[in-house]
Design a binder for this molecule. Structure first.
Ligand code: ATP
Ligand code: MG
Length: 174
């Protein structure tokens, strides 16, 4: 199964992200991420054998137990990829706590022998894919703050029209 580890977001952030997404609809063409799929990816594992799930859960549990809930603030819009087919996202600032949690999660994965994408963490929430950023003026994003206390192991099913994320296990901080 295709797996990734992410933080689920508090209501205040979800509302502001939905507002940003609605504002983008008027100015940018592309595929919108439905608000019920908003998250901050900490580590992307990709394909993992189902038989390795217990070891994975144990590693994540260990990594999360020393962390407290994290105050998060939404920031500016940013993008990855090509101008006419970009991933468009809103930045998330969690101070030192968020990179520290991600580093511990990644270190635990490494120790337990799980491969993951080693790209440096850029904490963000993806709002659009295949976004056409040529020419358009981006709206100012809605801002909000709130505390996130949940790290979730998700499976991702890309076989349908939209990706389907299923929470397999939740790890509560603090
Ligand atoms: P689609 O791939 O159909 O556009 P998706 O990107 O939402 O859908 P996945 O590819 O399964 O679904 O990705 C799940 C999460 O992991 C998303 O937050 C995605 O941005 C992130 N992700 C995917 N691939 C990588 C990668 N190689 N490195 C880091 N993060 C990734
Ligand atoms: Mg993807």
């Amino acid at each position: 199964m295709r797996l990734f580890v992410a933080m689920e977001l508090p209501e205040e952030l979800l509302e502001a992200l939905s507002e940003t997404s609605a504002a983008l609809r008027d100015s940018v063409r592309g595929r919108y991420v439905a608000p019920d799929r908003f998250h901050v990816t900490l580590a992307f594992l990709g394909e993992v054998e189902g038989s390795r799930l217990p070891a994975l859960v144990e590693a994540l549990d260990e990594a999360c137990q020393y962390h407290e809930p994290i105050p998060l603030a939404l920031g500016e819009l940013g993008s990855f990829g090509r101008r006419r087919s970009a991933v468009l996202w809103q930045a998330v600032d969690g101070g030192e706590a968020l990179p520290s949690l991600a580093a511990d999660v990644r270190a635990a994965l490494r120790r337990a022998g799980f491969a993951f994408d080693e790209k440096p963490l850029v904490p963000h929430v993806t709002l659009m894919r295949a976004a056409d950023l040529a020419g358009g003026i981006l709206p100012s994003p809605a801002l909000a703050g709130g505390t996130a206390g949940t790290v979730t192991l998700f499976s991702s099913d890309l076989s349908g029209a939209h990706p389907v994320y299923t929470p397999l296990e939740r790890f509560f901080l603090g």
